[in-house]
Design a protein around this ligand. Structure first.
Ligand code: ATR
Length: 275
């Protein structure tokens, strides 16, 4: 029996068990993936328990993505660069290795849905939290002319550009984001704005070019106000569900060596859970 889990706090809303258990079943693997609530004070104890109870590995979500690093024996370069780990592999001898599959998930999904997205124009990342850092790391490797980033708190955007930009990122002031929209071939919202219970993202698409792709990493609701607005203007849109699934697929590969993907059945199951 293969075992994996996601640890976080809160965790009840996590869709990861649905995703990974779908893949177990699909591949005829006898396995179980569960969501485990772990409060910050008990992170060390939880890691010990997962190690001794035969888990192949686990995902790590808010608020543990950075704190987990001190319990790990090895951290992959990409995760080290992000300062955050979302996937831990437990080797047979108990060695713990940390990875970050968030950025890979974002770009993989983008290429699946709109392989022809404009590559001759800069991309624009909105926000400067952990998800923005993942998006930046994914996008700076895509050979775009530039990756722009804008955030309400400018300093956080500067930190990301400095840490992972490799000279290919530029910070745009939050007040002038409308101009960046006009220049961008790809716009990625990495903030929580637009998520159920949060205010909408205030981003005018009035000056967006007709071939601009708008990507929202929010997946609850699937169609955020931003994507609805983009769709009504005839722009191509990408919702946040794929990023979630692809970061999971990369974790599944790390733990079990099996290549999995985002099939129509899985999308249907997840959509039913969200709405
Ligand atoms: P995560 O790590 O999950 O990406 P986070 O670190 O909480 O989340 O980051 C949330 C992002 O949403 C930040 O970029 C934040 O902007 P600040 O850095 O200025 O806080 C952005 N955000 C949250 N509420 C916002 C609002 N009302 N207006 C503009 N940006 C907002």
């Amino acid at each position: 029996m293969k075992k994996a889990a996601v640890i976080g706090y809160p965790i009840a809303q996590s869709l990861s068990p649905v995703i990974h258990n779908h893949w177990f079943e699909q591949n005829g693997i006898e396995g179980n993936y569960e969501a485990i609530e772990v409060v910050p004070e008990e992170l060390g104890m939880a890691v010990e328990r997962l190690k001794t109870e035969g888990y192949s590995g686990f995902n790590v979500t808010v608020p543990h993505k950075t704190d987990i690093i001190k319990y790990l024996d090895k951290v992959a370069p990409l995760a080290r660069q992000m300062g955050a780990v979302n996937t831990v592999k437990i080797a047979e001898d108990g060695t713990l290795s940390g990875f970050n599959t968030d950025g890979i998930g974002l770009v993989k999904h983008l290429k699946d849905i709109v392989p022809e997205y404009p590559k001759d124009k800069p991309a624009l990342i909105i926000g400067a939290g952990g998800a923005a850092r993942a998006a930046a790391l994914g996008l700076v490797n895509e050979n775009l002319p530039m990756v722009m980033i804008t955030n309400r708190t400018r300093g956080k955007a500067e930190a990301i550009a400095g840490d992972v930009g490799r000279g290919r990122m530029t910070v745009v002031d939050w007040k002038t984001r409308a101009q960046a929209v006009a220049a961008a071939g790809l716009i990625v919202n990495t903030t929580v704005l637009g998520m159920a219970g949060q205010p909408a993202l205030e981003l005018s698409l009035d000056h967006a070019a007709s071939d601009t792709v708008v990507y929202d990493i929010v997946y609850k609701p699937l169609e955020t106000e931003l994507l609805k607005d983009a769709g009504e203007r005839g722009l191509k849109t990408v919702d946040g569900l794929g990023m979630l699934v692809h970061q999971g697929a990369a974790a599944f590969k790390i733990w079990f060596g099996v290549e999995v993907g985002f099939d129509a059945d899985l999308r249907k199951t997840l959509e039913a859970k969200i709405t």
